[in-house]
Every structure is written in C-alpha cells, then in structure tokens.
Design a protein around this ligand. Structure first.
Ligand code: NAD
Length: 371
C-alpha cells in the first residue's frame, strides 16, 4: 500500500523558486513504492501580490488548509521593490505572519549545525569551532512584539509616533518551554534559556514559567543567559550550547547570528510546528542580491524537506539520509559560491548541480538501507 502525503508548495520570491526546484528534486528521490508526495504549487509573497493583488491569495490558504505539511521558500523583495506595495500588504506582514498565526506554529526549530569536517566553512578560528557546532535554537514564533497590538499616529505636539506591544501569557510560554525541555531531553540534556529579565518584565514572566516547567525535567541542566551575553558567547564559545530557547524577536536575531557562525545563512533550515500542522522553510530571506543567477545555496531548503519528512511524516531514516547525503557532497569539496573560500580546495557549483549531487548520494544511501 502507498501512503500519500499532500504538500502545499509555496516557492516564494527571489531565490525561492531556485532553491525550491532543488529541494523538490531531493523530495522526489525520497518517493518510493510505499510513499508518494502530492504537491500543490501555489503563489505566495511579493510576486503573488503583483500577479493577484494579495501576497497570500485564497487559493494558497485553501491549499495550505488541505495539506499535510507546508513547504515554503523565502519571501520578500528588495527595499526598492517593496516600496511598490503598501506597508500593510507587504509579504512578511500580510503573508508570513498570518500564515504562522493561522496554524499557530509556536515552536520554531532552527538547527545551527556544522559537522567537524566542515568547520572550515565557519569564519571563526579553528580552535573555537574544532569538533563542529551543533546547536538547536528554539524560537517562540507566534507571540511577542511581532504579533502585539500596534498603534501609530500624531501626538499632541504634532510628532509622529508608533507604539508596538510585547505580550506573552504563561500558557504561550509554557507550550514552547515544554517543546524545548523535550528537545533537550532527547539531546544533551542541557538547555540555555535566553532572556532579558534585567530590563523586560516579559522576560521575568518568561523565566518564571521556565523554572516551573524545569521542575518536571529535573534531568535537564537549565542555565539562564541574558540575550546580549548570549550573542557574545555564541561567537566566543558556540560549543558550550546544545538547546537554546528564546522569545520571538531574540530568536529572529540570534538565529541569523547562527547562520553567520556556520559561514552562510544558506545553511539554516527550519521547522515551525503547531498543534495540527507544521511549516518548513529556510531561516533566511529571499536574497534579492543573488536571485536569478542559479548560485543560491539550497541546503536550507533541502534541510527543510528533511525536517518535514522527519517531523510531519515520521520518515526519520530518510531524513537522516538526506543530511548525510548533503554532508557527503560538501565533504567531497563541492559547494555553492557563498561558502567558497579561495584558500580552500573547493569546487563551486550551481544550485541545481548541488541538488543533483545530493540526489546521487541519497540514491546510494537509500539503496544501501534497502539491501
Ligand atoms: P537575506 O537572508 O535574504 O540575505 C542576507 C544575505 O545572505 C545576502 O547577502 C544573501 O545573498 C545571503 N543569503 C541568504 N540566503 C542565501 C542562500 N540560500 N545562499 C546564498 N546566500 C544566501 O536577508 P535580506 O537581504 O535582509 O532580506 C531580503 C528579503 O528577504 C527582504 O525582503 C526580507 O524582508 C526577506 N526575508 C524573508 C524571510 C522569510 O521569508 N522567512 C526571512 C528573512 C528576510
């Protein structure tokens, strides 16, 4: 019998369609007699706005509602092009945030991973990253400043003002803490809680709920770290971290720092998990500066496919084979140009050539597993 999974495919803007094409080649290689993927490709993002008048058309919402999982490329336009869309209709505000909110994808997993043999990709000194980097950042994704009430206007003195609110309640904090402690328990039993309780009251509540949940996980070593100190510590000694949990905006910023540790934002896949559905997407943006050149790194998009197979479809071994196939391609000296270093003996290849090599390695690994 064949199990069929329906996937809503949102290619997005900029490099989105290029890295999605690469990722779909890899997904196709994971289909078999027993597993099939039904893809529904639908418009989403800035281009969708120009084509349909909405960054998130009704057709896209229908496809996402009906799908078992959502695979999404990056959205967003260059600063100049984004000025052609009214502020409230722009891709992130009118597309991405409503999508995350619709499926309440509160737990965003962002692996910051570089195996020992690939540490030369990192801009950090070898002694700092020797042995590799392996951090799971967990970002709360549907609360905080990005979703709080907003107000703007002119005050009594005639000055323009804006007010944005940061809100969390203890249920919202608890649900992401449980995910973080569970993840820490599965991994190295070490959790860093990132906060700013010396300034923000929201962090005082955040830390208090964190400590309450900790009482249910006495086997996990919990350490609290202030967000600014965490930024420094990630650069000076990233290997001290295993699982990190943080609120929405801290996670947005620190996870891009994570991409910097690895050498490219192109190495950052992510999974955003909600109670009934999950959304898989690269952590980076649409990279308008390199769009259309066929040189974007598809690792983050292919990694998002691996996360989807693992977390939504229970295909853990196939997911593991995808990570291993990508590692083999890098280890053989092939990379997209973002990771190329003139001093290293690396061969720059295109987005699709990278995917082809991953598929070749994956075919071998999956065949080995069957035999
Ligand atoms: P960006 O992440 O798109 O790019 C930052 C830098 O990283 C650029 O130099 C880019 O070339 C490089 N880069 C990113 N991904 C890469 C990849 N896969 N391979 C090689 N290089 C890569 O950030 P930005 O330039 O600040 O934003 C561009 C647009 O993306 C904006 O409209 C922004 O709003 C949007 N954005 C969307 C998301 C999302 O869809 N989740 C996330 C972040 C930014």
């Amino acid at each position: 019998m064949t199990t069929r999974y329906t996937i809503a495919v949102l290619e997005g803007d900029g490099i989105g369609p290029e890295i999605m094409a690469a990722a779909l080649k890899v997904l196709d290689a994971c289909a078999s007699d027993t597993v099939a993927f039904d893809l529904r490709v639908v418009p989403f993002g800035g281009q969708a706005y120009f084509d349909t008048g909405s960054v998130l058309p009704a057709e896209t919402l229908d496809a996402c509602d009906a799908a078992d999982a959502i695979l999404k490329g990056p959205i967003g336009l260059s600063y100049e092009d984004s000025q052609k869309i009214p502020v409230d209709a722009q891709p992130e505000r009118a597309g991405l945030l409503p999508l995350r909110q619709r499926y309440r994808t509160f737990a965003n997993f962002r692996p910051v991973y570089l195996p020992p043999e690939l540490v030369h990709f990192s801009p950090l000194k070898e002694r700092v990253v020797a042995g590799g980097i392996d951090i799971m950042m967990i970002r709360e994704l549907v609360g905080g400043l990005y979703f709080g009430e907003k107000e703007e206007g002119i005050d009594a003195q005639g000055r323009r003002y804006v007010k944005e609110t940061l809100e969390y309640d203890d249920d919202e904090i608890r649900q992401v803490m449980v995910v973080a402690f569970d993840e820490a328990r599965k991994r190295g039993k070490l959790l860093h809680n990132v906060h700013k309780s010396n300034v923000l009251k929201s962090s005082v509540l955040w830390n208090s709920v964190c400590s309450e949940v900790h009482s249910e996980y006495p086997d996990v070593d919990l350490r609290h770290i202030i967000v600014d100190a965490a930024a420094t510590a990630l650069i000076l000694n990233p290997r001290q971290f295993d699982v990190m949990v943080m609120e929405n905006m801290f996670g947005d910023i620190l996870s891009d720092l994570g991409g910097g540790l690895l050498g490219s934002l192109g190495l950052m896949p992510s999974a955003s998990v909600g109670p009934e559905k999950a959304l898989y997407e690269p952590s980076h943006g649409s990279a308008p500066d390199i769009a259309g050149q066929g040189i974007a790194n598809p690792y983050s998009m292919i990694g998002s496919v691996a996360l989807m197979l693992d977390k939504s479809f229970g295909m853990e071994r196939t997911a593991h084979a995808i990570w291993e196939a990508m590692r083999q391609v890098f280890a053989a000296g092939y990379t997209t140009p973002d990771l190329g270093d003139p001093e290293e003996d690396l061969t720059p290849i295109s987005t699709l050539a990278f995917a082809d090599r991953v598929v070749e390695a994956l075919d071998g690994l999956l065949a080995e597993e069957k035999s």
